[in-house]
Design a protein around this ligand. Structure first.
Ligand SMILES: [Zn+2]
Length: 242
């Protein structure tokens, strides 16, 4: 179901020839653009062309890696499932709104047709032409909208059930993203607390080391002080003698 929905999105933006990109990118992480082109049996430029189009809408994303030997960049692509679903949701909602307003106008307004020319006008238009077809001169007839209304209602039902499916998938996908986010955060926290523990251990060791070395220095400096004191004493003694 999700795959079909994603294909519908790709189809609406790039066209049917690119639908296969969903099969390729679905359920996998980044894929090399050259592999995408090969698997879809298109040139690398064609592949890039529709991948860029999709990325303009945020429906796919890429990372690039530099080939150390050749020095150029290769792009790797992945599908952005949640964004694609939200895009499709927007399309469906606009479609439903559009159909509803058309339905409303068919239910509340009158339309006139020339059956010979297949020309249709609304009431104002028909009135302007004195209810006579400007093409052939036949008299306009009031259109029976019942069949059209039935078809529109059917289309609306279809779009609404698809919208519901999309919303269900959005809930599932959001939960997945949230779960991933939480586990990433937890992993980050673990890493941080490990680092903190490491740092604590390191600074503890450093403190011990410092204590030892400063204790050594203290000994030295106290010796020096003693020497100084001794010198002062002898100086005083010398002064007194004078
Ligand atoms: Zn006519």
């Amino acid at each position: 179901m999700l795959k079909d929905l994603l294909k519908e999105v790709v189809n609406s933006i790039v066209g049917k020839q690119a639908e296969g990109v969903v099969d390729l990118l679905y359920d996998s992480s980044y894929i090399n653009e050259f592999i995408i082109a090969k698997k879809l049996d298109v040139t690398i430029n064609q592949a890039r062309n529709f991948l860029y189009k999709l990325s303009d809408f945020g429906l796919v994303s890429s990372i690039r890696k530099k080939d150390k030997k050749k020095g150029w960049y290769t792009y790797f692509w992945k599908i952005e499932t949640l964004k694609s679903l939200e895009f499709l949701k927007g399309v469906l909602q606009r479609n439903i709104n559009n159909l509803n307003s058309q339905l409303n106008s068919r239910e509340t307004k009158q339309f006139f047709v020339c059956t010979r020319c297949n020309v249709e006008l609304n009431e104002e238009g028909a009135l302007l032409n004195n209810f006579i077809c400007p093409e052939c001169g036949d008299v306009f007839q009031l259109r029976d909208n019942s069949k059209l209304i039935k078809e529109m209602k059917k289309s609306i039902d279809k779009a609404e059930s698809e919208l519901k499916a999309v919303n269900d998938e959005i809930i599932i996908e959001s939960a997945k993203v949230e779960k991933k986010h939480v586990s990433e955060m937890k992993r980050g926290e673990k890493k941080k607390s490990k680092e903190r523990a490491k740092n604590r251990e390191r600074s503890k060791q450093e403190r011990v080391k410092n204590k030892k070395s400063s204790a050594g220095k203290l000994k030295d400096s106290s010796k020096k002080k003693l020497v100084k004191k001794e010198k002062k004493k002898t100086a005083v003694v010398k002064k007194k003698k004078k």
